[in-house]
Ligand binder design. Sequence first.
Ligand code: DX5
Ligand code: ZN
Length: 220
Amino acid sequence: MNKLLSASLMCADLTKIEESVVELKNAGIDYLHIDIMDGSFVPNITLGFDFVNAIKSITDVPLDVHMMVNEPSRFIDRMNLGKEDIICVHYESDVHIHRTLAQIKDKGIKAGLAVNPQTAVESFRYLTDYMDMALVMTVSPGFAGQKIFAGAERKTNDTRELLNELGCTEIPIEVDGNISLENGRKLSKCGADIFVLGTSGLFVKDKSIKQASEDFRKVL
Ligand code: DX5
Ligand code: ZN
């Protein structure tokens, strides 16, 4: 499966976001990752639905919306997304997550299912019919600049093994959190396909976005 890069916009320079989006597109970034947080499911509040719609209106780069909010089904209709975009919801955020995944897919948008570090890989087992992507969080979500958790490689590997066992070889695995060059290289070997790049791998001091993305692709 192709290895894809998803740029975490919460780590971009928000004071010149349009410029950053153009620079990301020119650097060949595959997705724009937009983290939505409600201050309750995770102890932070970042980007919102108006931001999603604004970004959607200025670029044709597909959006990868990561909803770290409780009861995400309440908000799916707030975003003007299309068949090339992904909405990723957390297993832990909704007592009827299957219904929410189906709601996303019924709108013709790709549906991703995310799991926090402590949530078992088995959580994916009975939901793969409603999934276009599995998001394995490699940090506890909520903040940029954190350190990858110790079980990230094993968990990524176990997720790939489970999906393959179920015949879901076409469901990609996204990893999100402290995806540095070194962590990206290791996780790629464990079966990761989509890499959320933030302060660890893309928005880094001494490199342009183009240089950082080229360097990252070299290790995959
Ligand atoms: C974490 C966020 C990601 C990412 C940021 O909750 O979802 O955007 O961690 O990138 P890093 O971890 O490299 O700063
Ligand atoms: Zn994210």
